[in-house]
Design a protein around this ligand. Structure first.
Ligand SMILES: [Zn+2]
Length: 280
């Protein structure tokens, strides 16, 4: 902001103050409403931006990410040069440090804004809209998932008109060494595809994508595993780091594997579970 603009806003502020002088305090505060952080947009940026090869911003997230970054900067956790609306690896690290400063550990300090840490960060600085909650842990086919993932699976089953059986669930640290840590946190499942044709496997992956999973059909030629569908619930704030990276790769058109090949799955417009629910 240049000096002339500064002077003009100071004059405007003075004039506004004079007009509001006789009003009550609460009315004055209503005029200067705090910024609103859209949690869905912020969490989306925090999954995609660390995987970008350039400094493109995630659409619709800039103002929210800026408000979060300013709050981290105010706590001396983020240098001014990174307050730019881009939720890259430096901002992820700063957010994880902030979560640890609250006494959070493990998945609660994964660098992805969760509902409680974000509300605390916003205290006196911003309010939070579009709050996402992964919900509590429940059992499914003998595996653990959270209630958000469970609801997504149930809707995918309804779209397909068939039951989906899990091969692996979430919150499973060290469970399957071939999964590279993706199942350590929330939002991640493997679907059993035994007996399914190639066409059916693709249809299942498509339905899962439609309800908000980053989902891929995995073949034995890609790794030391049987045919299955690996899926990560986009915007699940309990995701382990590897799962966050897979969601970012999915948005950017990759397959989510270490070989970083192009996405080989059925293309559908990318939506989160919350997007899907608003549209149905
Ligand atoms: Zn998996």
């Amino acid at each position: 902001m240049n000096t002339k603009m500064k002077t003009r806003s100071a004059v405007t502020a003075l004039a506004t103050f004079a007009v509001l002088g006789s009003m009550t305090m609460s009315t004055t505060q209503a005029v200067a409403a705090p910024p609103v952080v859209n949690m869905e947009a912020t969490v989306l940026a925090a999954q995609i931006d660390p995987r970008r090869a350039d400094d493109t911003l995630t659409p619709g997230a800039k103002d929210s990410v800026l408000a979060v970054e300013r709050a981290l900067q105010a706590r001396n956790l983020l240098d001014a040069q990174w307050v730019d609306g881009y939720f890259g690896t430096t901002t992820i690290k700063a957010y994880a440090a902030y979560q640890r400063s609250l006494g959070y550990t493990g998945l609660a300090a994964n660098g992805l804004p969760g509902a409680s840490s974000l509300a605390k960060l916003g205290d006196g600085r911003f309010t939070v809209s579009h709050v996402i909650k992964p919900g509590s842990k429940v059992q499914r086919d003998g595996y653990v998932v959270n209630t958000r993932t469970q609801a997504m699976l149930t809707e995918a089953e309804r779209l397909l008109g068939r039951r989906l059986k899990l091969d692996q669930g979430s919150y499973n640290p060290g469970g399957d060494p071939t999964s590279a840590g993706t199942h350590d946190g929330g939002g991640v499942v493997d679907i059993n595809v035994d007996g399914m044709s190639a066409e059916t496997r693709t249809a299942v992956a498509k339905a899962m994508r439609q309800v908000g999973f980053a989902a891929w059909v995995r073949s034995p030629s890609q790794g030391n595993w049987p045919w299955h569908i690996h899926a990560v619930a986009i915007n699940d704030t309990d995701q382990a780091t590897q799962a966050q990276n897979q969601v970012g790769d999915y948005y950017l058109g990759f397959n989510g594997l270490a070989n970083h090949r192009p996405d080989d799955g059925p293309r559908v417009p990318i939506k989160t579970w919350e997007d899907y629910q608003r549209a149905h």
